[in-house]
Design a protein around this ligand. Structure first.
Ligand code: HAM
Length: 414
């Protein structure tokens, strides 16, 4: 019975059987982040386009190719948010959160949009869970953020996860490093892929991400930022590592780790999962000490991450069993309709799950339907006002006292 309409390319419907596992993932994240003091925040689904151009960076793939940008009726350029960090920093400034006790620790969950080529684990509308700790440059905040994502993936039981850790240094040392890297790339221009060659001066870091064989050869001998970290940058990175070591969080240092967004400074990290195939990153993030200033605020260091809910679900590859029902109120005679509804409502108000037939089935059909729903007990209302209680597991049926309904439904086996 397919209609000619389908969910747009790269998007998907979340059907009830998938919604249950999703709810478990979101619930686990909410509990873990709340226990660590991260307060929920929600920002609009679209923002001024310029926020992302300035925040995410004009040279990134996200801004160059992947944004869903449109004009509203007032000819303002708006963009469906491709990520959550720039909007949260905008909100932090807009609401004067820099006047609160620092850091401000925030968590979020919601839909994000990128016009990427769809494949397993990569969609045009996807969902992230994330956190941001704004207003501290302490390595403790980096380590806390990393451990929280590690805890979440551990509690959910995501298999085969590896944490990769790197550092980009501060803004200044990063600028110096980028010049060194550009020089290396220019010296080997002939061996690079066209795409990388054309963007040497715009975004040289992306060369580390290339699949092209020639480019990979050049990158194998490229200078790495991690090797060149100095002074406070090196100390910061060492402290983050020491904190993770002390907590027993295992990681591998990846000196070539890069991320597709421009705002990162110092610590960056990525949780990858081997069950995921090509889109192997389940979540990641890092420090972004220059972003708030870039958006017009005071210099404010910050760190955070986001994890893709769909990628977590793919890695878990499981469907939660339906919850079943405590009760189904069936009627042996159509005249009992009102009474059935009143009794079901009474059960619901007492905190039980209860359904009635909404489709005009005969008694046999109702019992079959109750079984399909996983109802544990069925109350059958007879035409003479009496009632029977049927235990669906044992098949045992006996007279029931509807004056004592909740007890009848929650008592021991009938
Ligand atoms: P990101 O690495 O661009 O970072 O995205 C974070 C996560 O979102 C990825 O690891 C992935 O699981 C998921 N994701 C990204 N794109 C897609 C897609 N097209 N389809 C499905 N899942 C996707 C950020 O967005 C940063 N805002 C993270 C951050 C927060 N950094 C600091 N604070």
């Amino acid at each position: 019975m397919a209609s000619k309409y389908q969910a747009p390319r790269g998007t998907f419907d979340v059907l009830p059987e998938q919604a249950r596992t999703r709810a478990r993932v979101e619930g686990a994240a909410a509990a873990i982040l709340a226990r660590a003091g991260y307060e929920p925040i929600a920002t609009p689904t679209f923002e001024d386009t310029e926020l992302f151009e300035r925040g995410v960076g004009r040279s990134t793939d996200i801004v160059r190719k992947e944004m869903f940008t449109f004009e509203d009726k007032g000819e303002r350029s708006l963009t469906l948010r491709p990520e959550g960090t720039a909007p949260i920093c905008r909100a932090y400034l807009e609401h004067g959160m820099h006047k609160l006790a620092q850091p401000v620790k925030l968590s979020y969950v919601g839909p994000f949009f990128r016009h990427e080529r769809p494949q397993a684990g990569r969609y045009r509308q996807f969902h992230q869970i994330g956190l941001e700790a704004i207003g501290t440059d302490s390595p403790l905040a980096d380590a806390e953020a990393i451990m929280l994502l590690s805890d979440l993936l551990g509690e959910l039981g995501v298999p085969g996860v590896e944490l990769r850790l790197g550092s980009l240094g501060s803004l200044d040392s990063r600028a110096a490093y980028l010049e060194e890297l550009k020089a290396h790339l220019h010296a080997h221009e002939g061996e690079l892929s066209k795409d990388v060659r054309e963007r040497i001066d715009v975004n040289p870091l992306r060369a580390f991400d290339s699949d092209d064989e020639g480019t990979r050869g050049v990158m194998a001998s490229a200078p790495t930022i991690v090797a060149g970290l100095e002074g406070e940058d090196a100390e910061h990175f060492a402290e983050v590592r020491a904190l993770l070591d002390a907590a027993g969080t295992s990681y591998v240092i990846d000196p070539t780790l890069v991320r597709g967004i421009d705002y990162y400074t110092r610590t960056i990290f990525s949780f990858v999962c081997d069950a995921l195939g090509a889109q192997s990153e389940i979540g990641g993030g890092g420090r972004y000490d220059g972003l708030i200033e870039q958006l017009g605020g005071p210099a404010t260091p910050a760190v955070g991450w986001a994890a893709g809910i769909e990628r977590i679900l793919l890695a878990l590859d499981e469907e939660e069993q339906p919850a079943g029902r405590d009760a189904f109120v069936a009627i042996a005679d159509p005249d009992q309709r009102q009474r059935a509804m009143a009794l079901a409502v009474e059960l619901r108000h007492a905190g039980l799950s209860a359904e009635i037939d909404l489709a005009g089935r005969g008694l046999k059909g109702q019992l079959k339907h109750a079984d399909r729903l996983g109802a544990r007990r069925v109350l059958i209302l007879e035409a003479d006002g009496s009632a029977q209680l049927r235990d669906m597991k044992t098949g045992v049926q006996r007279a029931a006292d509807t004056g004592n309904l909740v007890d009848e439904m929650t008592g021991g086996e009938t």
